[in-house]
Write a protein that binds this ligand. Structure first.
Ligand SMILES: *Cc1c(COP(=O)(O)O)cnc(C)c1O
Length: 369
């Protein structure tokens, strides 16, 4: 029987994720599988926690990768904190803010939203006004809105919430590994991410971090966490303490991959990694400008790792993307929701953010257009 795996071509992943994966990460995932309770594997788990704490600039003890993609991280954060009727404010300016609203609503939270035009950021003034009217158990926002390429003002929103009883919940799926995140300084209580964006690991894990205050809120629940698989009160007993208790089998080789991906970031240095994202973003913006292609988002709130560009008037959206993929082995992303057919999303995430990739894409776009 034909084995399809022998026919996979290497594609340069320049869409909204997954991103290119370094060979050392793929090799790490191909090392021998250990038992999930093997003492040596537990050392690896402890080191992953430590690396995540370091890169998120947090002392939160509960900082672990959840088994599942970024959306499992989102679900973990909400399902552990929400009980029926809890007031939650979700700030929405794209697909992932909408997904947060959906998740929180399904859990029975009393969800209020503030919505902002797609392609523009959440404004602090609007949040301040809303908070003056009503107090919330959770305020949730996406740091890097991958559907539009907008950076939201997370430190400023954190500042607004300081001193209140409200938990600040942040989606850092696309920002983590490409932009600075100072969880403790910014007053973030709850954060989740994913491995296949700027961490440049294959999809499959969702780092999450809960502050002591957030852990106390989970422990103070009157009802059980309504999802067995993502219940942190049980998962903690596998990730913390002297005796590690089995909850579910950890995706051992996936965790090797994350370990190595974090190793690469620490070796290069967090500051250099962020600078590399920024430099390549500027290189791309310049090159696109020369081709007559404009950016969707205003310069002061553009994401370096996700570039939304207006599709040129004479170009056919799907045809161009398909030519890039077939003829040039480059994947870029389409627009979503109201931006479908209007923009392309060019990712420069993690290992993808290199000048040679930017130049190859620009040359390919020029040919195709
Ligand atoms: C990709 C993404 C998610 C969802 O992650 P999955 O790995 O696709 O489940 C959530 N939030 C943001 C901002 C994302 O970019």
């Amino acid at each position: 029987m034909k084995n399809l795996l022998n026919h996979i071509e290497e594609i340069t992943l320049m869409g909204p994720g997954p991103s290119c994966v370094d060979t050392s990460v793929l090799n790490a995932m191909a090392t021998p599988t250990l038992g999930h309770l093997d003492p040596f594997f537990i050392q690896i788990m402890d080191s992953i926690k430590e690396r995540l704490q370091l890169l998120l600039h947090t002392e939160n003890k509960l900082t672990i990768p959840v088994s599942g993609t970024g959306s499992a991280g989102m679900e973990t954060c909400f399902v552990n904190l929400i009980e029926k009727g809890d007031p939650v404010l979700v700030l929405i300016n794209g697909v992932f803010g909408m997904r947060m609203q959906d998740v929180a609503t399904r859990l029975g939270a009393a969800v209020d939203t503030l919505e902002f035009e797609w392609g523009t950021p959440v404004t602090v003034a609007a949040v301040r006004e809303k908070l003056a009217e009503k107090s919330y158990k959770i305020v949730a926002v996406v740091h890097a809105e991958t559907s539009t390429g907008v950076k939201n003002p997370v430190p400023d929103i954190g500042q607004l919430l300081k001193g209140s009883n409200t938990l600040f919940l942040v989606d850092a799926v696309t920002s983590f590994g490409g932009m600075e995140i100072r969880m403790d300084d910014w007053g973030i209580d709850v954060l989740y991410s994913g491995t296949q964006k700027c961490l440049s690991c294959p999809p499959g894990l969702a780092p999450v971090s809960f502050s002591d205050r957030a852990v106390a809120a989970v422990k103070a629940r009157k009802t059980k966490v309504p999802n067995w698989y993502l219940d942190l009160t049980m998962i903690i007993n596998y990730w913390e303490g002297a005796t590690r208790a089995y909850h579910h089998t950890a995706p051992v080789n996936m965790l090797y991959g994350l370990y190595q991906a974090l190793q690469l970031i620490l070796e290069e240095g967090e500051t250099s990694v962020c600078q590399r994202h920024l430099d390549n973003h500027l290189r791309l913006v310049d090159g696109l400008k020369a081709l007559g292609i404009d950016m969707l988002v205003a310069p002061d709130c553009r994401l370096p790792m996700l570039n939304s560009v207006h599709i040129p008037e004479n170009a056919e959206d799907a045809k161009v993307r398909s030519a890039l993929l077939r003829e040039h082995k480059i994947e870029i992303g389409a627009g979503l929701g109201p931006l479908a057919g209007k923009i392309w999303r060019i990712g420069l995430m993690g290992h993808t953010a290199r000048p040679e990739n930017v130049d190859r894409l620009l040359a390919a776009l020029k040919t195709v257009l």
